[in-house]
Ligand binder design. Structure first.
Ligand code: 4AD
Ligand code: MG
Length: 427
């Protein structure tokens, strides 16, 4: 007999099915057990009556025991999901000990037991949507003619400034875990032209926020022969495609997680482009003081959610506040041609950082010096400019940030299976 998954129970009304899964909830009377089973696709109530094969095991099996059972599917409005399975054969595959996670556990304890908590209904739904998000990113890039190519995770250069670098020993030499594939991607773009990669990036983030991980998955793209606006078009297309794909596949799960489905439905191109200077004016109207060069804080971004109902770009940031590789704006040299894509709402924030890249080696060297970085470490990067430099641009999107915003999850750590933060590297 072939296994039926719980999501397909409804198609099997009146038929005998074989289910495999874990006990999600269980309640027993003298001559009956109500066992709610879960598999990856959902939950269903199974009724085991006295006299059925395996009845005594059904009475004693605790939650999270693994089970194979056979039974007949009956429509039942009162059961969760609207169906019930009348069990004819109940077989415990692995008895579980008393499960350590009870109702109302503290977030820290749930993180200590993360290797078991990944089985929860909430994380299961988030991870299924995350899988769709990763698939949709691939699909979008490939349809647009991008090549997927990888770059090293071990590097000798900072891309996003020295303060968040994880240092490591590398055969007697100093090396770092990568913050971004970008510098290597700029070299590869002179070969493949349109490239992307989804890989972990590492940031030794000392701040504890709801949006920061020490290890996160980074979807990055780099394109030769493209200008800043061309890059923004790719970014807005990418985010719209991912959101609409999630809605198509997961509307029920999204609603269940408390996502703002109505807002997500409006996430279609184009996204507004808002210069940094305009953001300063908006903040002034809200009575918030912002100096030229200040970052826009999480709190300020949240207050901007009143003004923007779907993701928007903050463009043209002050040059001195941004990394060395960003292209100076020819029309306003105190700014760079860059953008952060910001998602509205409490679970939103910065989803993407991107820019056109500086091609003038003198300007790159001057910016490195301004940052206090030793340019001699950037030899090969400068070579890329010396041998047939072309206009190019790229961006990086945080996969967990995007998942957090789409699913409306309070803390980013629930958007990755085993989160790494300043206070956690276990399990
Ligand atoms: O804005 P960032 O630092 O930009 C870069 O790394 C560029 N080199 C990307 C590029 O142009 N190829 O990071 C890009 C995105 C952010 O917008 C955010 O979504 C995510 O990466 N991100 C983080 N996500 C989780 N935890 C952290 N600590 C993150 N830091 C950045
Ligand atoms: Mg950024």
């Amino acid at each position: 007999m072939e296994r039926t998954i719980i999501a397909d129970i409804g198609k099997n009304t009146g038929k005998e099915v074989l289910l495999k899964g874990w006990i999600y909830r269980t309640r027993s009377g003298k001559d009956i057990s109500f066992v709610v089973m879960r598999d990856y696709s959902g939950i269903v109530q199974c009724v085991v009556k006295e006299g059925v094969k395996g009845f005594s095991d059904a009475q004693k099996a605790l939650i999270e025991s693994s089970v194979e059972l056979k039974g007949k599917v009956k429509k039942d409005e009162r059961a969760p999901g609207g169906y019930e399975v009348q069990v004819t054969d109940f077989n415990v595959v692995g008895f579980a000990e008393d499960f350590p996670i009870k109702a109302q556990q503290s977030p820290e304890l749930l993180l200590d037991w993360r290797h078991l908590w990944v089985r929860s209904q909430k994380l299961n739904k988030i991870f299924r949507i995350r899988s769709t998000i990763l698939g949709a990113i691939d699909e979008y890039f490939r349809k647009q003619g991008f090549f997927e190519i990888q770059s090293p995770s071990i590097t000798t250069m900072a891309c996003e400034g020295g303060s968040t670098l994880f240092e490591m020993k590398y055969f007697g030499q100093k090396a770092y875990l990568t913050q971004s594939w970008q510098l290597h991607a700029e070299a590869l773009a002179s070969s493949l032209e349109k490239i992307y990669c989804i890989a972990p990036s590492f940031r030794s983030e000392k701040s504890r926020t709801r949006h920061h991980l020490a290890e996160y998955w980074h979807a990055e793209a780099e394109v030769a022969w493209i200008d800043h606006e061309g890059s923004l078009k790719i970014q807005e297309g990418l985010v719209s495609h991912v959101v609409q794909t999630c809605l198509k596949k997961h509307k029920k799960e999204l609603q269940n997680l408390g996502a703002d489905v109505k807002m997500l439905e409006k996430v279609k191109v184009p996204f507004e482009r808002v210069p940094y200077e305009k953001v300063m004016e908006l903040m002034k109207k809200k009575g918030v003081k912002m100096k030229w060069g200040d970052d826009v804080t999480d709190l300020q971004l949240r207050s901007l959610s009143e003004d923007f109902k779907k993701p928007y770009f903050i463009t043209d940031w002050p040059k001195d506040s941004k990394p060395f590789y960003m292209l100076e704006n020819p029309k306003s040299p105190k700014t760079v041609l860059n953008a952060d894509l910001i998602a509205p709402g409490d679970s939103g924030g910065e989803l993407i950082g991107g820019s056109a890249r500086e091609t003038d080696p003198k300007k790159i060297l001057a910016s490195l010096k301004r940052e206090g970085t030793d340019p001699s470490n950037y030899g090969w990067y400068m070579d890329v400019r010396r041998f047939g430099s072309v206009p190019h641009a790229g961006f990086g999107m945080g996969v967990e940030r995007l998942t957090q915003w789409i699913c409306n999850v309070d803390h980013i750590r629930d958007c990755i299976a085993f989160p790494r933060t300043i206070s956690r590297v276990y399990p």
